[in-house]
Design a protein around this ligand. Structure first.
Ligand SMILES: [Zn+2]
Ligand SMILES: [Zn+2]
Length: 557
């Protein structure tokens, strides 16, 4: 599929070139659901139809994709008048440059591509939208027009995807977040969330769930600083690997960083005492507030923020404890996600190219992780070269109600950081040894997890998470007293009374729009019979019942 998607990006560029001969081309990769091309050209939304039509014409011509190796000099001639391509050619270290010719269009490209456009079904793709994108993602550079296209195996799959997008738009967490009064964003603090009262209820539910599970598995709660001098991050290696994402500033002529990760601080707490082999594993957990300098163009609601709150843990352990500890983490993850109503999927991420340490240690660590996954009968996927620079990891994905998958949790095995910081414990023979470290975030970040849950549930959260669980609706102000009494008897839940002067119909509609799980209507009859009339979310009328009966019902939730 990747070859088809990438070939379509060349066909897209080719069509744009025919229609807009002055266009200057940036890059055009394939992406998850299709492809894009960044082009310096002025376009309006309605031009997309024209370009799409031209692409279909080109596809029907059975254009052949031909790879050629040319010298850099020849390449520069070939791309005369294409400044972005020339810039890329200049950066290629090799003598020879690989280009692909398709019809009248030549592109700087390593491939691979389809042999001919015959392999591409013209009905299986669609140009989706326009966006602005700075050349090479740098806002100091020229803003180019990014044309996005969707491409799938066949027309049906494309249709399915378009329907999913439509549904996803309805479930957009930014929209629901506003409608349900959960959170807001403000231009003064890009990428930072302002949590409102009801959003904080979701937050607290996640926090409590996490705490209760972690307590069971022997975790110790800690809290570490928001900033530190840069030397801490130089020691940890984050300075070399993540410097661009760290907020850096000066205080009294010293360089400080806002914390991009919790790990080094956890290590410092570990080091405040001499540790014995009997003390291990030591399991720290921290609601870690980390700041990362994400590019403003890439910020996206709760999904991509600059101020990130992780449900972080760091475990210090002996090598012989790795299997058991990871086993526990896997059990914990399964507990969490079953509470959240989603199914986790596991992946093993292996050694990346910019790894730190010995290959032998890496191989052993990857072997350990494999063994645990297999012991738990977990059908896992592989993510080759996707490990962290300090160790391999197990990544956990979940699928939402629309079938989209999200990476949420990770368990990272780390042999490097404890060495760099010279962490120690004393073993049975009174010798000093270096512990192994595990980094584990169970739902990743509160922000992103809440965003995912909002879209997964379309705002209709399970009862235990719902910001308002029950709303009592008096038919008129005459029944306010009785409504108050009812609310009082339910006060161990999040209950409120609709005291507005609206009609009963309007109040019920309002409650449904706000996705309140239960609306309790009370009027003359209910007051007389000492009952309530219960409406369950989803327009289900459960009829009149005694409060005890209702309590029994919600306790089964
Ligand atoms: Zn290409
Ligand atoms: Zn960590």
């Amino acid at each position: 599929m990747e070859e088809i998607r990438h070939s379509l990006s060349h066909i897209l560029a080719s069509a744009v070139k025919e229609l807009f001969p002055d266009a200057k081309f940036g890059i055009g990769p394939s992406i998850d659901n299709g492809f894009y091309y960044d082009i310096e050209v002025e376009l309006k939304e309605e031009d997309l139809k024209k370009i799409e039509k031209k692409m279909k014409e080109l596809l029907k011509k059975n254009i052949v994709f031909e790879k050629k190796e040319v010298s850099k000099k020849e390449a520069e001639k070939l791309f005369k008048g294409q400044p972005y391509k020339i810039e890329l050619i200049k950066e290629i270290p090799d003598e020879k440059v690989s280009v692909y010719v398709s019809g009248d269009f030549v592109d700087l490209c390593k491939g691979p591509h389809v042999k001919s456009t015959k392999e591409i079904d013209p009905k299986s793709f669609k140009l989706q939208k326009l966006a602005g994108a700075y050349w090479r993602g740098d806002e100091k550079n020229q803003m180019l027009t990014r044309i996005y296209g969707l491409a799938f195996e066949n027309e049906n799959k494309l249709e399915e995807y378009l329907k999913m997008l439509e549904e996803a738009e309805k479930r957009d967490h930014k929209k629901i977040g506003k409608d349900l009064d959960l959170f807001s964003f403000h231009p003064e603090a890009p990428g930072c969330v302002y949590w409102h009262e009801k959003g904080m209820i979701l937050w607290d539910c996640l926090e409590k769930l996490g705490q209760s599970i972690r307590k069971k598995y022997g975790y110790i709660k800690i809290k570490t600083p928001q900033m530190a001098k840069s030397n801490l991050w130089i020691t940890s290696g984050h300075w070399d690997h993540y410097k661009n994402e760290i907020f850096i500033f000066n205080v009294e002529n010293e360089t400080y960083c806002l914390k991009p990760m919790d790990c080094p601080f956890n290590i410092q707490i570990y080091q405040t005492k001499q540790r014995s082999y009997r003390d291990l594993p030591i399991r720290y957990t921290e609601i870690g507030h980390v700041m990362r300098n994400e590019k403003s163009g890439e910020l996206n609601g709760l999904f991509r923020v600059r101020e990130i709150t992780q449900d972080d843990s760091h475990i210090f352990l002996r090598e012989d404890q790795i299997e058991e500890e990871i086993s526990n983490l896997i059990k914990m993850i399964q507990e969490y996600y079953s509470a959240l109503g989603v199914e986790p999927r596991f992946f093993l991420s292996t050694r990346p190219d910019d790894f730190m340490g010995e290959i032998k240690t890496w191989d052993k660590a990857e072997e350990d992780l494999k063994n645990v996954l297999e012991k738990h009968d977990i059908n896992y996927g592989m993510k080759e070269k996707d490990g962290a620079f300090y160790g391999p990891k197990i990544d956990i994905d979940i699928s939402d109600a629309l079938g989209r998958s999200w990476q949420v949790a990770t368990i990272q095995l780390d042999f490097q950081l404890p060495q760099k910081f010279k962490c120690e414990y004393v073993d049975q023979n009174a010798e000093r040894k270096t512990p192994v470290m595990l980094h584990a975030a169970i739902f990743g970040s509160f922000e992103r997890m809440i965003g995912i849950l909002i879209e997964h549930y379309a705002g209709s959260f399970p009862f235990w998470m719902s910001p308002v669980q029950i709303r009592v609706i008096p038919i008129s102000e005459n029944y306010l007293d009785y409504a108050t009494k009812i609310a009082e008897s339910l006060k161990s839940y999040r209950v409120e009374i609709d005291e507005s002067n609206e009609t009963i119909g309007k109040k019920i509609r309002e409650g449904e729009m706000e996705k309140v799980p239960y609306l309790l209507v009370v009027g003359d009859r209910e007051k007389e019979n000492k009952t309530i009339s219960v409406r369950q979310r989803g327009k289900i009328d459960l009829g009149e019942m005694k409060i005890e009966e209702f309590l029994k019902k919600i306790n089964n939730n």
